[in-house]
Design a protein around this ligand. Structure first.
Ligand code: EPU
Length: 308
């Protein structure tokens, strides 16, 4: 049986799409079709599909806002599970709830929404999330951050499901967070998390959000299509500075271009393909290595067309 037929017996029909174009689901706007896309609303729907995929050995991967990922032009042969919500609602994977200095947020909540929600209830610690175009699930796995902080610093615990069906909660202190990295089981799917925050006056929290927003607008190509920062900052230096110093700004392959605003952003000028972006990334990496001796490491996840 085909993946679509297997899964359509398990969840409502409107949660599944066949041959779904991935460029519609990524911020860089490239990527061919996924054989099947699954858009779960609840944890039990997710559990049903993931355990079935595990038993049938269907290749799968999880996508949130598609902001830190590059899919191949051939797309993905298997199942793409997209967890992203809009209006927080109880019982969904994008539920949001505050209790004292803690916030529970489902995997599909966007980071800017989480930041605004914390500010409105007078809680500080998530202001840095304001301009990050990701959702909780994927952002926890890569320990997203900005402005000197990251999610690992404010997380209390992470809830996830394992492919054979267990739901587990791990303490943040045991999740191996470091710069843009976590030790979270790559076979697990984050379903939600608890953040421990610090009470503060809402106007102070909003002011920090305003300052961060202004900084990003000034220093990053926020209105262009990109996958966010392409490379991690190497120890003791900045990828953007190195790329700039190596004269890579403005380099272009097809519709992919190194941003003139910030060297660590590759922007889609319209009509870019994944292979354009990959060739450009390689050219940048080579030139930076030749000029500085630093081998830049990708922050963006590159998805091959087959099994990841
Ligand atoms: N710089 C240049 N040329 C450039 C870009 C930057 O010389 O083209 C210099 C800047 O002048 C500055 C330094 O490099 O002195 C650092 O630049 P910036 O303040 O923009 O910070 P960054 O280290 O490049 C990091 C995160 C961003 C986050 C910002 C703001 C990484 C890889 N990047 O950028 O995160 O938004 O700080 O806090 O850690 C992301 O992770 O996707 C991302 C965009």
């Amino acid at each position: 049986m085909e993946t679509f037929e297997i899964l359509s017996g398990l969840v409502p029909a409107q949660r599944l799409r066949r041959d779904e174009a991935l460029d519609r689901h990524t911020t860089y706007r490239v990527g061919g079709p996924a054989d099947v896309m699954f858009l779960p609303e609840t944890r039990s729907e997710l559990l049903a599909v993931v355990t079935a995929a595990h038993v049938r050995q269907i290749p799968w991967l999880v996508l949130g806002n598609g902001s830190n990922v590059l899919f191949a032009d051939e797309g993905f042969r298997g199942l793409v599970i997209k967890i992203r919500g809009s209006i927080p609602a109880e019982g969904t994977l994008w539920h949001l709830r505050q209790e004292g200095e803690f916030i529970w947020a489902g995997a599909g909540v966007s980071l800017p929404r989480l930041a605004r929600s914390a500010a409105a209830t007078g809680l500080s610690g998530l202001e840095f999330c304001t301009g990050i175009p990701g959702v909780i699930g994927g952002s926890i796995r890569s320990n997203a951050g900005a402005h000197g902080s990251d999610l690992g610093a404010v997380l209390e615990s992470v809830e996830m499901i394992l492919p054979h069906g267990d739901v587990v909660t791990i303490r943040a202190s045991e999740a191996g967070f470091s710069y843009r990295k976590s030790g979270i089981d790559p076979d697990g799917i984050v379903t939600g998390a608890v953040f421990r925050l610090t009470p503060d006056e809402p106007e102070n929290v909003y002011e920090r959000i305003r300052v961060f927003t202004e900084y990003r607008k000034r220093t990053q190509p926020s209105s262009d299509q990109s996958a966010g920062c392409m490379f991690k900052n190497p120890a003791g230096d900045k990828a953007g500075r190195l790329i700039d110093a190596a004269g890579c700004k403005g380099l272009q392959v097809g519709g992919s271009r190194v941003s003139d605003v910030h060297g660590n952003f590759v922007v889609n000028q319209g009509g870019a393909t994944a292979s354009d972006a990959l060739r450009l990334i390689e050219a940048v990496r080579e030139r930076v290595f030749e000029r500085t001796g630093v081998a830049l490491e990708l922050e963006v996840r590159v998805m091959k067309s087959g099994v990841v």
